[in-house]
Structure formats: C-alpha cells, structure tokens
Design a protein around this ligand. Structure first.
Ligand SMILES: Nc1ncnc2c1ncn2[C@@H]1O[C@H](COP(=O)(O)OP(=O)(O)O)[C@@H](O)[C@H]1O
Ligand SMILES: [Mg+2]
Length: 241
C-alpha cells in the first residue's frame, strides 16, 4: 500500500530523512517511535503530500505520489496537532464542508454518522470555537476520515486528549484497522503505541533504526530498543511538532 524507496529530505543543512526504505502492506497498523527531531513528522508530511521529498520515491497503492498527487491525496486521511477545523463553523458544518470538498456523495448523512461515532452528536450544531481541545481532536479525527481514506496518517493523535477521549480514539483506530485501513501512527507512549500495532518502526537520525513485527516474542526486544533510542528522555514532555 505504501512503498518508500531511498526517501530523503534535506531541511536547512540537515538530512532530516537520510534514506528510508519501507513497504507497508494494505491494512497494516504501523507505529512509529523516535526521539524528538528524528524526522517522524517530516515523514508523515511527505506521505500526506504536504511536503516534497528531496530524493527517493513514494508510492501509494502502486502509483507514484509525485505523478498523481491530487488523486493520491484523496486516499489519505491526516490527523496531527493541526485540526484543520473552522472555528466559526459548527461541528456538522465542518464535516459537511470537508465531505463536499472530497466529493463525498451523502456528506451530511456521513457527517452525522461520524459525529455519533466520535461521541459529538449532542454538539453537532455548536461552533468549534466553543469546543475543548479533546472535542476538537475528536472532530479532527472525524474530519480526517470523512472521505473514507485507505490510509490514515496520525501524528501524535493522543496529544491533548484526556483518558476518556483517548479511549474513544483507541476504539476508533481499532475500527479503522478492522475495516482494512492502513495506519501509520506516531506516538511517544510505548504501551499506547504498541497496543494496536502490527509493526513498530523506530526512526533515529533520519534512518530506520528498528523495524519489527509485534509478537509476544518480539515485544521485549522492541521495548529494549525503544528505551535505548527514545525512552525516558521525553517521558511526560508534551512534545511540539
Ligand atoms: N523548515 C525547517 N528548516 C530546517 N530544519 C527543520 C525544518 N523543519 C523541521 N526541521 C528539523 O527537522 C528535524 C525533524 O523534524 P520532525 O520531522 O518534526 O521530527 P519529529 O517529528 O521526529 O520530532 C528537526 O530537527 C527539525 O528541527
Ligand atoms: Mg513530530
């Protein structure tokens, strides 16, 4: 579903991504860990078509991203610390707006269903500016999947969510996974990160430092590498992206 070949990104004087090779089959849930500045956000931004690589190739569903970026972007849903919501529009209006932008046929109906799924039906007609951070994040997730993307890219989606909202998000991610959506999620929390993951990747120094399928046997190794490369240093820090 996603293929990266020698992906590079130079920002300023730094090779933020220094040659990433990766193949993610359809329906796989991949969690990406890595220390601050490892290039995780850069990687997701390139995959979402928001940033151009400096070198290498990106394929989505067999097509080269650069050749057909508009069509391919419609295959992708993005959740990040940017909500991409309009403050003055209501929750429902925001979703209908994005639905129509993506050409979703039954946009109002789908928007209502999604509001229910993320637990915001009661607030459908309230403007987003009255929403808490957690509510906005839930709505941002609904927004990201209004067009039923085949790929979901989630950059620290749990940031700013309280425990309850976090549980709602976990339930949503689990359902997307069950529907066969390919998911790449950046997370800091080891347990949260591995909970739904089929595979864990650790980025460090712009390279893939670990790439393991999650099994009861591999979990110990993954944790050791995580602690060595990522852990401790950022515990409790609400990292800026
Ligand atoms: N516009 C830019 N110019 C120069 N360096 C940048 C720019 N944007 C990001 N960087 C650097 O790229 C590195 C990787 O950033 P990022 O992908 O956000 O890392 P992560 O999400 O893993 O914390 C960081 O060191 C950051 O400072
Ligand atoms: Mg980041």
């Amino acid at each position: 579903m996603i293929v990266l070949r020698g992906l590079r990104k130079r920002l300023g004087a730094r090779d933020v991504l220094a040659g990433i090779d990766l193949e993610v089959p359809r329906g796989q849930f991949v969690t990406i860990f890595g220390p601050n500045g490892a290039g995780k956000t850069t990687l997701l931004r390139i995959l979402s078509g928001l940033m151009r690589p400096s070198g290498g190739d990106v394929y989505l569903g067999g097509a080269r991203l650069e050749d057909d970026s508009v069509a391919l972007r419609a295959m992708v849903g993005v959740v990040s610390h940017h909500t991409y919501l309009y403050d003055d529009l209501t929750a429902l209006e925001n979703l209908v707006f994005y639905g129509k932008m993506y050409g979703v046929k039954d946009a109002p109906e789908r928007a209502r269903r999604l509001l229910e799924e993320v637990g915001l039906s009661v607030f459908a007609h309230d403007p987003v500016r009255t929403f808490s951070r957690g509510m906005q994040q839930k709505l941002a997730i609904a927004r990201a999947v209004i067009h039923e993307p085949e790929v979901l890219l989630a950059d620290e989606p749990y940031t700013g969510l309280d425990r309850r909202a976090g549980e709602v998000l976990t339930g949503l991610l689990r359902r997307f996974k069950e529907r066969g959506v390919t998911i790449l999620m950046v997370n800091h929390d080891f347990d949260q990160g591995v909970a739904l993951a089929d595979r864990v990747i650790i980025l460090a120094g712009g390279r893939v430092a670990l790439d393991e399928l999650v099994t009861s046997e591999s979990l110990r190794l993954i944790r050791e590498r995580y602690e060595e490369l990522v852990g401790g240093k950022y515990a409790g820090v609400d990292q800026k992206q």
